[in-house]
Design a protein around this ligand. Structure first.
Ligand SMILES: [Zn+2]
Length: 195
């Protein structure tokens, strides 16, 4: 596990990578994170990688009914996600590059994604809550990251909750959160490769 943190005035610029052929999750840029907050993020990313690269997550994403798929099938959405290709990262390199900023927000919104830059903003109030809530907190952050990443890939959610809750960002976020929690509580997940 490589983890190089270079501290700049208000941000951590990091390269974070694992060897292997699986989907990589990289922090391209973190802004406004202190050291403790950074460590929590890295802890969550380790679990996120296991979930992202599991058979269980794949099966859920291929077989859960989803809305607002931009005309794609579940498999096409899944392959799109795994390619790492977005408007902001035009490399099909199996890298998910995260640009994350903590901001001081009011209760009500966990965060948002800038559709123009692909940057993810997380409300610090919720982030603190996750940090203080053990396994559920780690899973909450992972769910949020997967939800927001699908926004950065151009997937949105509109309409009534019953329709919106099955949109791509909600399904990717929710299923990641459930599996992360189960994994943290002892369930082994099957890696995609070597099966
Ligand atoms: Zn959303």
């Amino acid at each position: 596990m490589l983890c190089n943190i270079e501290k700049t005035k208000h941000s951590f610029i990091k390269t974070y990578d694992d060897n292997g052929d699986l989907l990589h999750v990289k922090i391209a840029n973190m802004v406004n994170f202190n050291e403790q907050e950074t460590h929590f993020f890295i802890r969550a990313l380790r679990v996120k990688k296991i979930v992202d690269n599991s058979q269980e997550y794949k099966q859920k994403l291929l077989h859960t009914k989803m809305t607002q798929k931009r005309g794609r099938t579940n498999l096409e959405v899944y392959n799109h996600w795994r390619s790492g290709f977005s408007n902001y990262d035009s490399m099909v390199d199996n890298d998910l590059d995260y640009f994350v900023t903590l901001y001081p927000g009011k209760k009500g919104t966990l965060g948002y994604t800038s559709m123009s830059s692909g940057k993810i903003y997380i409300n610090r109030q919720y982030y603190k809550y996750w940090m203080n809530n053990g396994d559920e907190g780690i899973s909450g952050l992972i769910g949020n990251l997967n939800h927001e990443y699908m926004h950065s890939m151009g997937y949105i959610h509109r309409g009534f909750w019953s329709y919106k809750r099955n949109s791509v960002p909600y399904v990717y976020g929710r299923e990641a959160r459930y599996l992360a929690l189960e994994h943290l509580q002892g369930r082994a997940l099957t890696p995609l490769l070597g099966v």
